[in-house]
Design a binder for this molecule. Sequence first.
Ligand SMILES: [Zn+2]
Length: 121
Amino acid sequence: MFRVKTQAIEAFLEAARNTFPNEFIGMLAGNKKTQTVEELVVVPAIFGETFSQIYFHMLPLDESIIGTCHSHPSFSNRPSPQDVHTFSKTGAIHFIACRPYSMEAIRAYDQSGQEVKIKTI
Ligand SMILES: [Zn+2]
């Protein structure tokens, strides 16, 4: 189980709402050892209606980055095959939010796309 600061969740949901109907994508910073997500990191990215992409080559190297978060402009928060591929390369914890971008609309997944429980702190 990962613990997640409420402010990180709120920042992600707000970004998802603001980017709709395009997808929002960002990174999650925190502590891998204690499995805690502390903040949303907004990174250079393109936001599309069917996919979004982070410019990984423009990212600073930062070991506090422990995962990703992105939104779906649909009512499904299940990862696509492309999502799982990205998860496998970019950290331990990945959030997907779908409409209506409420707390209940977020699911968390591990690197292999398996659902992970999260607890807000
Ligand atoms: Zn997705």
